[in-house]
Write a protein that binds this ligand. Structure first.
Ligand code: HEM
Length: 250
């Protein structure tokens, strides 16, 4: 930054805007580190969840593929783009189902506490009471979702499809909802669309995936065993072509 060579980004902007030293160095690092942590592991684990769901409930993958092939070509003509969103509602529904099926990293959310005494359904809660919410119990409650253990994107093909916060609590409830949901949803969407378009995910029957216990923190080893193969030589060529552009990017 001192040399003026850094790329423009939120961090550079944030540090520059602190000319009155309102945030000391620790606080600055904390703000920027929290954003990195909040946005990276959540996205990574959501992608793990999709792969686990594809390997253990392969029926929905066929339906996702049919739509992807219709839009991008059945012979690996091109990768899905964000601009395909309108034509790929099944992918949007799949992303919502990922967030519902295994709400990740915030199983009890970020605790919040009352700033004043409150009352709810006859229960009194004094100021300072800490509330958490049980994300998994809600996500897997058969009164909320039919066959909750099943990965079934169709449950989100409804009028609320294009509201990423509606129908699940993957980003948390109420006003304290994840501030990065738009970025998070978009990143998961493009990753899911492209992975499903290009790869098959096959469960090793001798080593079944325990989808209730996908490790969320272990970063140095695979979270579960799964066989990943490219769909066809044409898909392999498409990946190579597209990755070359990425390698050449400045
Ligand atoms: C798939 C991606 C993501 C998921 C599933 C996710 C999920 C969540 C959840 C469940 C919470 C707790 C909300 C609550 O307790 O009510 C949260 C909070 C938060 N998220 Fe995300 N998040 C994602 C991506 C991101 C991204 C990309 C950013 C920023 C770049 C981000 C920044 C934050 C921050 C700063 C908070 C704390 C908000 C607060 O304390 O009020 N998240 N997220």
């Amino acid at each position: 930054m001192e040399k003026g060579e850094q790329r423009e980004c939120f961090a550079a902007d944030f540090i520059r805007s602190n000319d009155d030293n309102y945030f000391d160095e620790n606080s600055q690092l904390f703000v920027l580190g929290s954003l990195m942590e909040a946005g990276s592991d959540t996205t990574r684990v959501s992608i793990y969840d999709m792969i686990a769901a594809a390997a253990t409930y392969p029926d929905w993958v066929e339906r996702a593929r049919a739509q992807l092939d219709k839009v991008c070509g059945a012979n690996a003509e091109r990768l899905p783009e964000w601009s395909d969103r309108e034509d790929l509602p099944y992918i949007t529904a799949t992303v919502k189902e990922i967030f519902r099926w295994r709400p990740n990293l915030a199983e009890i959310g970020a605790p919040t506490s009352l700033t004043q005494d409150d009352e709810y359904e006859g229960y009194r809660f004094p100021q300072g009471t800490v509330f958490v919410w049980n994300a998994w119990a809600i996500a897997l409650d058969p009164r909320e979702y039919a066959e909750p253990e099943r990965f079934y994107p169709e449950r989100f093909l409804n009028d609320d499809l294009n509201n990423p916060l509606k129908g699940h609590w993957g980003f948390g409830p109420g006003r304290r909802v994840c501030v990065g949901w738009n970025v998070g949803e978009g990143n998961v969407w493009i990753a899911v669309a492209r992975l499903l378009y290009c790869f098959n995910f096959i469960e090793d029957k001798a080593n079944p995936i325990d989808t209730m216990r996908i490790p969320q923190i272990a970063k140095n080893k695979a979270p579960f065993q799964v066989k990943i193969e490219v769909r066809s030589p044409a898909h392999a060529a498409l990946i190579e072509r597209t990755c070359l552009d990425a390698v050449d990017a400045p």
